[in-house]
Design a binder for this molecule. Structure first.
Ligand code: PEP
Length: 251
């Protein structure tokens, strides 16, 4: 009942030409895949280059961040309307790299999610604990705080399109994937918090992706967990063959 989403976060990689080459490789490899939503998130400057190449492929485009104001004196920022204008339908918000290196907080994440929803973009809302928090036994309290603050002021109807991505920071780009059991435990907890903040029917519908060193070799196990509804993929999304193998996890 929850359609799986496989999203590729290209981070600070791929020029226009490189991005077009990747799509040319990827598109035929995922042609005919049904029942999975596929999303790729290039850098802002590449976004407007891709809609023509993606036309008819079923692959959607995401920004990697967004600002909450529509326009104004905000040097360096990009608004929801501008992302839409560039061809994006989704946007990653609150990625741990933005929280760690660019001062993103639960409060700014909340403003960005609200602005994205108002601008008709699908937010991919990232949460996840650091290694220190996990070792201190604070995983659940961190996840609960990030969810509660990130979703503050968003009602059940507005929440419907929101996709949550659970990305344990210690598993991102490190090659260390959470075990299926660790991931499932966190996802079930996240769904429980959504049920507490809204109601069970809302929690049953929200899609929760896992992110952190997802590869063709581990995707099947992760996707067999009942509360894992897809993957947010970094490194393995930069090559057509590995990303396509992840998209084709059902085969
Ligand atoms: C990410 O950037 O969201 C991510 C999960 O990266 P990786 O797959 O490389 O760990």
């Amino acid at each position: 009942m929850r359609k799986p989403v496989i999203a590729g976060n290209w981070k600070l990689y791929k020029t226009k030409e490189e991005a077009l080459a990747l799509i040319a490789e990827l598109a035929p490899l995922v042609a005919g895949v049904s029942g999975v939503e596929i999303v790729v998130a290039p850098v802002f400057t590449v976004l407007p280059t891709l809609p023509a190449a993606l036309s008819g492929t079923g692959i959607a485009l995401a920004g990697q961040d967004v600002f909450w104001e529509e326009e104004g004196a905000f040097t360096g920022e990009v608004s929801p309307r501008m992302l839409l204008d560039a061809g994006a339908s989704h946007v990653i918000i609150g990625h741990s790299e933005r929280r760690e290196y660019f001062g993103e907080t639960d409060a700014t994440v909340n403003q960005k999610i609200k602005a994205a929803l108002l601008g008709a973009l699908v937010p991919i809302f990232c949460i996840g604990e650091t290694l220190a928090a996990r070792e201190a036994g604070e995983t659940f309290s961190v996840l609960e705080r990030q969810l509660t603050m990130g979703l503050a002021g968003i009602d059940a109807a507005q929440l419907a399109p929101v996709i949550v991505a659970y990305e344990p920071v210690w598993a991102i780009g490190t090659g260390k994937t959470a075990s299926d059991q660790q991931a499932q435990e966190a996802h079930a907890f996240i769904r429980g918090v959504v049920a507490k903040l809204y109601e069970q029917a809302v929690a049953d519908k929200v899609r929760v992706l896992y992110g952190g060193s997802v590869k063709p070799e581990n995707v099947k196990g992760l996707m067999s967990c009942p509360d894992i509804d897809g993957a947010l993929v970094g490194g393995a999304s930069l090559k057509g063959a590995s990303f396509a193998a992840i998209v084709r996890f059902q085969e």
